[in-house]
Design a protein around this ligand. Structure first.
Ligand code: G6P
Ligand code: MG
Length: 218
């Protein structure tokens, strides 16, 4: 049992909302326009990875070299495609079980935070009406290194005034599991990350985390 935990830090894309699929669609459109091969398997390598680092992974298969300025414009183009999907998101895009689980964790006494590499984090949380659920948001706008560097999770833990060893992180990305471990957190894997042997706990469904996180006695 994880009874020593006080805080739970959640990745966003692919954990709380399925924006990971929107990322794929937007990168796929960009890659198709540029004539670069891209598929779901390559997309899995982009989970948790910053926008510019994701672009570099996609460009591994490009037939030409792009300048820094061209790359910046391509990343911006991808983000514009991506934002058209985000703009259509509503609170219905959060599973009922996810919302109920977050509320239950708060009731059990946990501090909840976000640790996401995305610069669109606050916009997404507002779209789906989840902002008020979290005591702290650490995202792509306040970090200098993206996952697998632990910075985003360390900042989240600092914001909720807890040490990493008193928090667990939840991730759908291998890069995120590695970030959690490097930061000294316990890690819960969901989705593609359950194939990562390094994860401490693995869940099939979001609500399964309640089994690891009993009510805290303060
Ligand atoms: C998350 C996603 C990544 C994405 C990154 C940056 O970590 O898993 O796929 O590249 O955020 O997202 P952004 O919204 O800033 O482009
Ligand atoms: Mg993710």
């Amino acid at each position: 049992m994880l009874e020593q935990f006080k805080g739970v830090i959640f990745d966003l894309d692919g954990v709380l909302v399925f924006t990971d699929h929107f990322h794929f669609l937007a990168w796929k459109k960009l890659a198709d326009e540029e004539g670069i091969y891209f598929d779901e398997k390559i997309n899995d390598r982009l989970r948790g990875v910053s926008r510019m680092d994701s672009l570099d992974i996609i460009l591994e298969r490009a037939k030409k070299t792009y300048s820094a300025c061209e790359k910046a414009k391509m990343a911006e183009r991808k983000n514009e495609f991506y934002k058209t999907y985000l703009a259509r998101m509503t609170p219905e895009d959060v599973q009922k079980e996810t919302r109920e689980t977050l509320l239950e964790l708060k009731k059990r006494g946990y501090k909840l935070a976000i640790g996401s590499s995305s610069k669109n984090t606050k916009f997404i949380l507002n779209q789906v009406d989840l902002t008020s659920m979290f005591e702290a948001i650490s995202d792509g706008t306040n970090i200098t290194k993206s996952k697998p560097d632990p910075e985003v999770f360390l900042k989240a833990a600092a914001l909720i005034l807890e040490k990493p060893e008193n928090c667990c992180i939840m991730e759908d990305a291998s890069a995120g599991i590695e970030a959690g471990l490097r930061g000294g957190f316990k890690t819960i894997a969901i989705g593609p990350a359950i194939h990562d042997e390094r994860a401490d706990f693995k869940v099939q469904k979001f609500q399964d985390i309640l089994a690891f996180l009993p009510a805290l006695h303060r």
